[in-house]
Ligand binder design. Structure first.
Ligand code: AMP
Length: 217
C-alpha cells in the first residue's frame, strides 16, 4: 500500500478533513504545513512571527521558512515509514526540494491525491467554515452545521472563523493557487509521482471513498 503521500488542491478542497482521517487509518503522520505555521504563530516562535503577516494577507509564506519547518518535521522518526503531506509543496522550489530529499533516500512519492472542486463550491465552503478554538474540529455552517450554533459538537468549545478565511484573503489564496500552485501538477508528472485526480464534490463519505480507492483499500 502507498505510504508516502501528498494531498493537493485549492483552499477548502477538503484536504485537511480527509487527510487527518486517511493518515489515522494508514498509521502515518499527517504533516500539514498550514497547521504547523498556525501553531508556530500561537507559540510566538521566530518562524511564527515571520509567517504571521503573510498568512493574514492570504499570501504564501517564504519558501525558506516553510522548508526549514518541513525538513525538521520529516527528520523525526515517525516520518521514516511514510507520511501524508498536506499543503506542501505549494511552489516549484518546494517541490524540487522535496524531490531532492526523496532522491537522497532513494525514495519517491507513492501517490499525489489531487482534489478538485469548482470555485463557487470552494468559496461557499470557506465562507461557512468554523473552527473550534479548543480542539481544532472543523465544521461548516452550510455543509456540516453544529447541533448548537457557535459551539463545537465534540467538546462544546467556542467556534470561530480562521482570520485568513475573510473575503479579501480568500480571493488572494485562490489566485495564488491558480497561478503558482496548480502548475505543480505538471512537475509531479515529470517526477513520475503518480497523480490521482479526485473530484471533491458530493458527500464527505463518497469523496473519502474515492481517496481510499486511489491509495489502495
Ligand atoms: P492551509 O492551512 O494549508 O490553507 O495554509 C494556510 C496558510 O499558510 C496559507 O494560505 C499560506 O499563507 C501558509 N502556508 C501553508 N503551507 C504553505 C506552503 N507550503 N508554502 C507557503 N505558505 C504556506
Amino acid at each position: 500500500m502507498s505510504k508516502r503521500l501528498l494531498i493537493f488542491g485549492p483552499p477548502a478542497a477538503g484536504k485537511g478533513t480527509h487527510a487527518k482521517r486517511l493518515a489515522g487509518e494508514l498509521l502515518i503522520p499527517h504533516i500539514a504545513t498550514g497547521d504547523m505555521l498556525r501553531k508556530a504563530i500561537q507559540e510566538g516562535t521566530q518562524f511564527g512571527r515571520h509567517a504571521d503577516s503573510y498568512i493574514q494577507r492570504g499570501q504564501l509564506v517564504p519558501d525558506e521558512v516553510v522548508m526549514s519547518l518541513l525538513q525538521e518535521r520529516l527528520a523525526k522518526p515517525d516520518a521514516g515509514g511514510g507520511f501524508l503531506l498536506d499543503g506542501f509543496p505549494r511552489t516549484i522550489s518546494q517541490a524540487r526540494a522535496l524531490d531532492a530529499r526523496m532522491g537522497e533516500q532513494d525514495q519517491g512519492i507513492d501517490a499525489v491525491l489531487a482534489l478538485e472542486a469548482p470555485v463557487e463550491v470552494l468559496v461557499k465552503r470557506i465562507s461557512g467554515r468554523q473552527i473550534c478554538a479548543a480542539c481544532g474540529s472543523v465544521f461548516n455552517r452550510f455543509f456540516r452545521p453544529t447541533q448548537v450554533a457557535g459551539r463545537c459538537d465534540d467538546c462544546q468549545g467556542p467556534l470561530s472563523q480562521r482570520s485568513d478565511d475573510a473575503e479579501a484573503a480568500v480571493r488572494q489564496r485562490l489566485e495564488q493557487y491558480r497561478a503558482v500552485t496548480a502548475p505543480l501538477l505538471a512537475f509531479f508528472a515529470s517526477a513520475q509521482w503518480p497523480v490521482h485526480v479526485i473530484e471533491s464534490v458530493g458527500e464527505v463519505e463518497e469523496i473519502y471513498g474515492r481517496l481510499r480507492q486511489a491509495v489502495g483499500n
